[in-house]
Design a protein around this ligand. Structure first.
Ligand code: UD1
Length: 417
């Protein structure tokens, strides 16, 4: 329940990145020993992933509040149960890592946010080129290899998950793998950084061409998960939405260029502050009132699709008309109906949304239907004059440790019902 209509102010700290932590957790099964992870976010998707790791033989525990230990010494399972994997799309990256560890794997078709068709054809084709035999059944996919072998793979699209799966399969494969047209997201660079810490030989992460020279084994290591650029972007937009002024400590500012340019174009003043050994992103949004004439979501380093719903929400009351073209996921306009209930003027034609300004949103009861859209509805609640209730908040918990606590720190009036 959110009581909106007042500017956010104050400071909070940004949690570890979901999209970096998930593939790194999948990668830990390649290490025949312990991985210690700092700043692993305590979110639902991670909890599901930890259940899966336990099921295939890993020992998993929190050493203290902030250190997660995964001991994969006895990881000999290969069947990923539907119970957790069916809930999140990232279970698909276990294909590459469990194949690398145990030579075979069985996974249910992945679940996750309903934001488009989200096929896995590229994952399958890439692994087949690396000497993997794949059989598809009604509900599961089983894969087996007599030995992973390196290959040159040309990706038709820079798919994040496919790039990660290939890397995970290639790390301990025989020979060299080259990925042309790889995704350049910072989370891929983080995965490769972790693997290289453990003894992998990967170059080119963060560019379109990644090369992996297979190694015989990986060693135990310690790694710090980077902060979450999407959560930082979401709270920046909550600040812009309320014309507030906040500091977001640990926000990965260097990964947020395209996003920061957009909120600056809306009138927000953005700077950084150093406090002791921490750096904060400072958002001063008192003058952030302008529409965004035209924006396309793009692969990194472009404007992320994962911040599109939150931006659209803020634009409902900006001065002027905004246009957004969603180029990554075709069904990412699910919140439009909910925003319309609040009085927003949005029309959708194919993949383009036209957002015409209204003076204010009216609070009402809304339904979240996926993670980022759910966070966007909370932002809508912060903008509205009256009370807004966002139902199905469990979707938001898939990616936010505690959105209520964080926004309270930024002086929002918000609580769980
Ligand atoms: C990842 C992120 C997600 C983000 C997305 C795009 C994680 C856990 N999730 O998702 O938050 O929104 O990147 O930045 O990191 N595609 C195919 N065939 C395939 C695979 C993908 O056609 O086999 C298409 C998808 O339908 C989509 C596009 O490629 O249109 C991009 O998808 P991809 O980059 O793979 O996204 P995910 O890895 O699922």
């Amino acid at each position: 329940m959110v009581c909106g209509g007042r500017p956010l102010y104050g400071e909070t700290r940004i949690q570890g990145s979901k999209n970096a932590a998930l593939p790194i957790l999948a990668a830990t099964v390649l290490v025949k020993g312990k991985t210690r992870l700092y700043r692993c976010p305590k979110i639902l998707d991670i909890i599901y992933m930890l259940h899966i790791l336990r099921e295939i033989g890993c020992t998993v525990f929190w050493e203290d509040e902030d250190v997660l230990v995964i001991d994969a010494a006895d990881c000999d399972g290969y069947e990923i149960a539907e119970q957790y994997a069916g809930k999140m799309r990232s279970s698909i990256i276990l294909l590459g890592s469990v194949l690398g560890r145990n030579g075979r794997v069985q996974v249910p078709y992945p679940g996750g946010c309903i934001i488009g068709k989200r096929p896995i054809d590229m994952h399958i084709a890439a692994l087949q080129t690396m000497n993997v035999h794949i059989e598809t059944h009604e509900k599961t996919l089983s894969a087996q290899t007599s030995g992973l072998t390196g290959a040159t793979l040309d990706l038709a699209l820079p798919s994040v998950g496919t790039t990660e799966n290939i890397i995970l399969a290639a790390v301990t494969a025989r020979g060299r793998t080259r990925i042309n047209g790889a995704a350049r997201e910072p989370e891929i660079a983080a995965l490769c950084d972790y693997l290289n810490h453990a003894g992998a030989r990967i170059t080119g992460a963060g560019t379109e061409t990644i090369e992996i020279n297979g190694v015989r084994r990986l060693q135990q290591t310690t790694y710090e998960i980077p902060a979450d650029r999407i959560v930082a972007g979401t709270y920046s937009l909550a600040t812009v939405a309320t014309r507030g002024s906040t500091i977001l400590y640990d926000a990965p500012i260097h990964q947020m260029d395209a996003f920061i340019k957009i909120i600056q174009s809306m009138g927000a003043r953005v700077s950084r502050i150093r406090h002791a050994d921490r750096i904060g992103l400072v958002i001063d949004a008192e003058q952030a009132v302008h529409a965004v004439e035209y924006l396309e979501t793009k692969e990194y380093p472009g404007f992320p699709t994962d911040l599109q719903s939150q931006l659209m929400t803020v634009l409902t009351t900006a001065d002027g008309t905004s246009r957004i073209l969603e180029t990554i996921f075709e069904e990412r306009y699910k919140i439009v109906g909910e925003l319309q209930k609040m009085g927003a003027h949005i029309t959708i034609q194919d993949r383009e949304a036209v957002i015409e300004s209204v003076p204010r949103l009216q609070g009402t009861t809304l339904q979240a239907s996926e993670l980022r859209g759910g966070a966007a509805l909370v932002i809508a609640g912060l903008m509205a004059q009256q009370t807004t209730i966002v139902e199905n908040a469990h979707f938001i918990k898939r990616g936010h440790e505690d959105i209520v606590k964080d926004l309270k720190e930024l002086s929002a009036s918000i609580k769980y019902l």
